[in-house]
Ligand binder design. Structure first.
Ligand SMILES: Nc1nc2c(ncn2[C@@H]2O[C@H](COP(=O)(O)OP(=O)(O)OP(=O)(O)O)[C@@H](O)[C@H]2O)c(=O)[nH]1
Ligand SMILES: [Mg+2]
Length: 634
């Protein structure tokens, strides 16, 4: 289990010196940092604890101008080491860093009073009092306060032991979720190529893995992994890592991009969030105001869409939407910080609820209540997304919830038990949608039977067009299978009908059916076309077709081709003639069959093609040979 310790505190308060005293590493690696004597960018060092445990330390700059760098480091912090200079006490960035960590929902930390070698005991007591008072309502209210000096070594062991104790009882980050590493540094190392560093937020990465680098959205292979300067095969959530990546140019990447499991993350510029404005923010936040937006190691400018008011007052919290200028990788549950546009102050922050929302209209109570719901419950969120997608495979949920396979599966099982989700084969559906589709099919069949009492049922292929576009075939089969098992429908070859439905004829219809049949029988081997039957019965072709289909399904008429229905006894006779011929002869020409039937060439041809289609005969060149023909029974 790996933990990240992050420093915090005002400029020059001794963070970097303290980390050097703890770890032996000077995290100010830039020349400019050395020259100016202040930290500018993030610094990293491993801290050895008891029993061979190592935690990663992220040292942040305190200067107000480099808060954006501090923010890039603060995202992965589990335990904060708040540094307060004994000679100065609480200063503006002590407060600002504290607010940021609070908004990022860091839960634990400790306080180091530094430079104790420079002050008297009485002064120290005053400073400690001030610190306690300042922290009394924060997450650090009960944090240990340790007096230190990097110069004399006072308190360094004590501090290390306190970190040891606190990190020992912490649970580490989630190693089962998909991989995600917000990149904080990109550089080229001679003989290696491109290297990125970052805190492994979730999941794990193995030497040789394919990973996605987003943006730009390129797949890359992990050629090497380093943790605390040593080559490793596998790195896990909570560790600081350096990855050597193939196939990428330095210019394609910058801080803010993410290394992730392929196929899981996308970039987004629209976020649904819960936003809190700090009680000491200097102004209310107005609707549509531009702000600086920080998430993970990414930063951009965004506009806040207040959904329920025109302004958010200091200390207030609200559901709102952010529209960002630059696309970033975000996911539900991520914390973010906002700073006022100019001058720049940290004014608030919050948590992402949905990284792929619709653009919301303002002042819609149902949108607020929706956001409330998905804020409170992961199950409600998954259900909402399922309703939006209509159906999903398990991989789709993993993509959405990014919770890790096991937790997602458990949540889905719970939703199934509660009857809110149904699973058919490998697909999940919202229960009410599934029921709606079943009802829809029954309703359509009912109307269809009322309108077409002669027809045997509804065309199966057409049924699918009633369902949402792209409805999977296997789901269609499941839907019909379920209705069948419930004895609601019957499925004939290519049609579906309500259970128990039988085409029914009125008195008049019975007459029509009789006359069609006898007309067709009379005509024998010179059968009428659909048009001729229509003329004979006086019914339009449109009205006639259901009768023909009815007779066809009943077996009284045989459909030889689209335009040709043959009375079944006439058909049988023609078939007998065919069989008889092949009992004496190997081959049959079209002309021979025409002569045998004493009919037209066209009719003979239609029939032979039909027999070919049924597999009774086969055409080779100009002649037919018998194929799967029953032996002559005469
Ligand atoms: N006497 C004394 N001086 C210290 C101690 N710790 C740090 N200093 C001095 O304080 C100055 C600032 O120390 P840093 O460790 O660079 O402070 P920092 O908090 O990292 O500063 P930024 O990263 O720029 O915010 C340096 O000149 C240090 O020599 C200490 O324990 N005793
Ligand atoms: Mg420093």
């Amino acid at each position: 289990m790996s933990i990240i310790v992050g420093t915090a505190g005002h400029v020059d308060h001794g963070k970097t010196m303290l980390i050097k005293a703890l770890t032996g590493v000077d995290t100010d690696r830039l020349q400019e940092e050395k020259k100016r004597g202040i930290s500018i960018d993030l610094g990293f060092a491993p801290l050895q604890l008891s029993a061979g445990r190592v935690v990663g330390v992220v040292d942040v700059p305190g200067h107000e101008r480099f808060i954006h760098n501090m923010l890039a480091g603060a995202g992965g912090v589990d335990l904060v080491l708040l540094v307060v200079d004994a000679t100065e006490g609480i200063m503006p960035q002590t407060r600002e860093h504290l607010s940021i960590l609070e908004l990022l929902q860091v839960k634990k930390g400790l306080v180091a009073i530094t430079k104790c070698d420079l002050v008297e005991e009485e002064w120290l007591e005053l400073v400690e009092e001030e610190v306690k008072e300042e922290l009394q309502h924060s997450f650090l209210a009960k944090a240990p306060i340790i007096r230190t000096s990097a110069v004399t070594g006072q308190g360094i062991e004590e501090l290390k032991n306190a970190i040891d104790r606190l990190t020992d009882e912490m649970t580490g980050k989630d190693t089962t979720s998909p991989l995600r590493i917000p990149i904080d540094r990109v550089f080229v190392k001679d003989g290696f190529g491109l290297v990125i560093t970052g805190t492994l937020l979730t999941g794990q990465v193995r030497h040789g893995d394919n990973v996605a680098v987003i943006p730009p959205g390129i797949e890359s292979r992990v050629r090497g992994i380093q943790v605390h300067g040593a080559q490793v095969e596998l790195a896990q959530a909570g560790q600081r890592v350096a990855l050597n990546l193939s196939g990428l140019e330095k210019e394609q990447l910058e801080r803010g991009a993410v290394v992730a499991s392929p196929g899981i993350f996308n970039t987004t510029s629209l976020l649904d969030v819960r936003l809190k404005l700090l009680p000491d923010a200097p102004h209310a936040l107005k609707h549509a105001a531009p702000v600086h937006f920080y998430l993970g190691t990414a930063r951009t400018v965004g506009r806040v869409v207040l959904l329920n008011s025109d302004q958010l007052k200091p200390g207030e919290e609200a559901y709102c939407q952010f529209r960002l200028e630059k696309k970033i990788v975000a996911q539900r549950g991520d914390k973010f910080i906002i700073r006022s546009y100019s001058p720049m102050f940290t004014v608030g922050g919050g948590v992402v609820l949905d990284e792929n929302p619709a653009r919301h209209k303002r002042y819609r109570p149902q949108i607020i209540s929706h956001l409330q719901k998905i804020d409170k419950s992961e199950a409600d969120f998954l259900l909402y997304k399922l309703r939006e997608h209509k159906w999903l495979e398990f991989a789709g949920f993993q993509h959405l919830s990014k919770m890790g396979a096991q937790s997602t599966l458990e949540l889905l099982e719970k939703l199934q038990e509660e009857g809110l989700v149904v699973k058919r084969r490998e697909l999940y559906f919202p229960r009410e949608k599934w029921q709606q589709w079943k009802d829809l099919i029954l309703q359509v069949l009912k109307e269809f039977h009322a309108e077409h009492p002669l027809l045997p049922g509804y065309d199966k292929a057409r049924l699918k067009s009633l369902l949402p576009q792209g409805f999977p075939n296997k789901a269609m089969e499941e839907l019909l299978g379920e209705l069948y098992r419930e004895k609601q429908i019957e499925v004939l070859e290519d049609v579906v009908r309500l259970a128990g439905f039988k085409p029914e004829l009125g008195r008049l219809q019975t007459e029509v059916v009789k006359s069609i049949l006898s007309f067709c029988q009379q005509k024998g081997f010179r059968p009428p076309s659909v048009k001729e039957v229509s003329a004979f019965t006086g019914l339009s072709e449109e009205k006639l077709v259901p009768y023909l289909i009815y007779l066809h399904h009943k077996g009284d008429l045989i459909k030889v081709s689209e335009d040709l229905y043959l009375a079944s006894d006439v058909y049988d006779e023609a078939f007998k003639i065919l069989v008889r011929h092949f009992s004496q002869s190997e081959k049959l020409t079209l002309a021979q069959y025409r002569d045998l039937l004493e009919s037209s060439r066209r009719f003979a041809q239609s029939l032979l093609e039909h027999f070919d289609g049924e597999g009774y005969t086969r055409r080779t060149g100009d002649v037919r040979v018998a194929w799967k023909l029953p032996v002559n029974q005469e």
